[in-house]
Write a protein that binds this ligand. Structure first.
Ligand code: NAP
Length: 279
């Protein structure tokens, strides 16, 4: 029988702990503020940004939303980011991925000040995560690690297979697992015999962007399955019903990795506000 890893309750506990810290900051006339930048009119991105804004407001934090036109240039986007860097009332900056194709996304990410890089997207933020001392690792990888820890699931010595190598998800979560002494295999679209590799995993992280991609018979009995995927129709990257039969523990979609990702974003913003106040 699989254990269902309840991300919603893990997220609720994180947010509960943030409450008094936010109130203390507000009492000192500092309202933790997350600025989200959305470029263009992608409906999924709009939903994600709205969810993040609502989560901020529910906790008494400020959410500043910058919505730029589809035709925005890289230079204009970088200028907006620099304004937010210079604004002392903003503590975290999140540029919603993806941006329109004509924009140099890397240049835009790099423009974010390391002090406000609450989603670990800059080269420096990523490198700090890789070295194991990152203040603000990417929120989805951080959420995956937080869920594993919340359920005391062992990481050290385990074979973790990560499917996906994106800079915001597959790569950082692989490094975070490695830093916790897992033996990590990173798979991608050119990987051969993926099913065989996944069958040897104690921990499977699905970060593929393809609905129901991971099949039930790929899962070793008792393995932990972390589904980072979020596809149209509230479907993950794992065939949940089929994987449930073999998995020892599994995150559902929705109410798995997603809510914890948002909670980590709020936590990183509060952490950043506290650090800025103490400077
Ligand atoms: P991405 O940038 O599109 O990366 C997908 C990765 O999957 C790539 O590394 C790609 O390999 C690999 N891949 C694609 N097809 C494959 C195949 N047939 N076999 C093996 N690997 C394959 O996606 P992402 O931004 O990392 O997001 C991944 C998933 O997580 C999506 O479902 C997304 O919606 C979700 N997500 C969720 C949250 C959350 O809060 N829960 C946050 C962010 C993302 P190559 O590198 O070779 O192309």
């Amino acid at each position: 029988m699989s254990m269902i890893l309840d991300g919603a309750s893990v997220a609720a506990r994180i947010k509960e702990k943030l409450g008094p810290r936010i109130q203390k900051l507000i009492a000192g006339n500092v309202t933790p503020c997350l600025a989200t930048i959305l470029v263009g009119a992608d409906s999924s991105s709009e939903t994600y940004v709205r969810m993040k804004g609502n989560a901020c407001r529910k906790l008494g934090m400020e959410s500043r939303r910058i919505h730029l036109d589809e035709s925005t240039t890289t230079e204009q986007l970088v200028d907006e980011i620099r304004k937010l860097n210079d604004d002392a009332t903003v503590h975290g900056i999140l540029l919603q991925h993806p941006v329109p194709h004509h924009i140099d996304e890397r240049a835009a990410f790099e423009a974010i000040s390391i002090d406000k890089d609450v989603d670990g997207v800059t080269t420096l933020g990523f490198a700090q995560t890789a070295f194991g001392f990152g203040l603000y690792p990417s929120c989805t990888p951080a959420a995956i690690m937080t869920i594993l820890d919340a359920y005391n699931l062992p990481i050290e010595g385990k074979h973790a297979v990560v499917i996906g190598r994106s800079p915001i998800l597959g790569k950082p979560v692989s490094l975070m697992l490695l830093n916790r002494n897992a033996t990590v295999t990173i798979c991608h679209s050119k990987t051969e015999r993926l099913d065989e590799i996944v069958k040897s995993a104690d921990i499977v992280v699905a970060a593929v962007g393809k609905p129901k991609f991971v099949q039930g018979d790929w899962i070793k009995p008792g393995a932990v399955v972390m589904d980072a995927g979020y596809n149209k129709g509230n479907v993950g990257d794992v065939d949940y019903d089929a994987c449930l039969l073999n998995a020892g523990a599994i995150t559902p979609v929705p109410a798995g990795v997603g809510p914890v990702t948002i909670a980590m974003l709020l936590k990183h913003t509060v952490d950043a506000a506290e650090r800025m106040c103490s400077k």
